[in-house]
Design a protein around this ligand. Structure first.
Ligand code: SAM
Ligand code: SF4
Ligand code: SF4
Length: 362
């Protein structure tokens, strides 16, 4: 057994694959069958998952509800209460589309951090098109304002955050989004690199694509190339804004890595070995556990204890496969090594050197 292996630091519960949006970047909505609801873990089964994780990890660890749209599960508040009673800390993602009758419940719940996905602030159409549903900007932004208001009235400690994908269509929105966050005393914003839409959460369809022979689709490569110069300039601006005190959650190292990536995505494959195998533990709506969301499950939490799954033969194999992986999702916020304690410092040096060369070549 690997004696250096620590316990996971990034725990995700995808409590449902169902979603009411049709985001152009995501494959979830294309792949969910009509009867999926009948296959999801029940409330009691999720409580048992919480018990098992609590027995293994103790109190105080964080997990994040995601999906699909987690607020489509009626029992999200019951599960939050239960997790809180065990001393577990809860975050959640949301598209903010269908929560207008849930504001009071959210504020009164023990969810400590709520992350709204929002891809534009000045131009509603940019957000709506990216999310594939007219009116989604208006609903998400109203939800943010209503919760900010209620949070103040009720003196709540709920952290409200924004998560934004950097797309070719929304680059002009990036700086205004940071200004919006600061002006409205939103806790912070994190920027996400756009991943390949066919493989992003593709495990629903693909049951593990071949990660060691993955080739970035030419269309996606062209998109990155097209946005590269402007994206690098905007990331420089984000670095300045972060230094000036705006609450941008991406680390300086990740922002630097994003610049290297936009300049040449393949540099990232050479410089970062993905570490999800020793940091991530994601439970899907049916109880299957993955360390990497593009690889086969390493076990099912209904059938086994998480501590056994973490060290079983499938997990060992998965960790080996991450070493030869040719995919780029190591750059996503939940996978990027720098977010975890064991960040490889030599990468920072390599990254800085690459940036110096890029600047020299300009
Ligand atoms: C899969 S969603 C699940 C939670 C919820 N449905 C939502 O949209 O917030 C989690 C995050 O992934 C982001 N996302 C969607 N497609 C992506 C892609 N191709 N690359 C990177 N992030 C993506 C979404 O914008 C969202 O912030
Ligand atoms: S990104 Fe979120 S909101 Fe959009 S389709 Fe995927 S799961 Fe649904
Ligand atoms: S880069 Fe990391 S998260 Fe993405 S497929 Fe490879 S091992 Fe999995």
């Amino acid at each position: 057994m690997d004696k250096t292996l620590e316990k996971p630091q990034q725990i995700t519960f995808d409590i449902t694959d169902r979603c009411q949006m049709k985001c152009v970047t995501c494959s979830k909505w294309k792949t969910v069958s009509a009867d999926v609801i009948n296959k999801e873990l029940t409330t009691d089964e999720w409580k048992s998952v919480l018990d098992k994780l609590h027995n293994w990890l103790g109190e105080g660890f964080w997990f994040c509800f995601s999906g699909g749209e987690p607020f489509l599960r009626q029992d999200i508040f019951e599960l939050s209460e239960y997790a809180h009673s065990l001393g577990i800390k809860i975050a959640s993602m949301t598209n903010g589309f269908s929560i207008s009758n849930l504001y009071e419940k959210i504020i009164d719940s023990h969810i400590e951090s709520l992350n709204f996905s929002l891809n534009a602030i000045n131009n509603p159409l940019v957000h709506d098109i990216s999310r594939g549903r007219e009116g989604s900007y208006q609903k998400t932004v109203s939800a943010i304002f209503e919760l900010l208001k209620l949070k103040k009235e009720k003196n709540s400690y709920l952290g409200i955050n924004i998560a934004t994908i950097m797309l070719p269509e929304n680059l002009d929105e990036i700086v205004p989004l940071v200004e919006f966050v600061t002006k409205n005393k939103i806790n912070g914003i994190m920027f996400q690199l756009m991943d390949d839409k066919e493989s992003f959460h593709g495990y629903c369809v693909q049951k593990g694509c071949n990660t060691s022979s993955y080739k970035m689709p030419q269309e996606l490569r062209n998109s990155y190339k097209k946005m590269s110069k402007k994206a690098v300039e905007i990331i420089d601006r984000l670095i300045e804004m972060k230094r000036a005190g705006h609450s941008i959650y991406n680390s300086y190292e990740q922002l630097d890595a994003m610049k290297v990536f936009f300049n040449n995505p393949d540099d990232i494959l050479n410089d970062i070995i993905c570490d999800v195998g020793s940091t991530n533990f994601a439970v899907d709506p049916y109880g299957d556990v993955r360390l990497c969301f593009n690889m086969e499950p390493v076990g099912n939490i209904k059938e086994d204890l998480p501590e056994n799954i973490w060290v079983n033969a499938n997990s060992i194999k998965c960790r080996q496969m991450t070493k030869s992986c040719k995919m780029y999702c190591r750059m996503l916020n939940c996978n990027f090594k720098q977010n975890f304690a064991n960040f490889n410092k030599s990468f920072i040096v390599k990254c800085k050197n690459k940036l110096i060369n890029i600047l020299k070549g300009r």
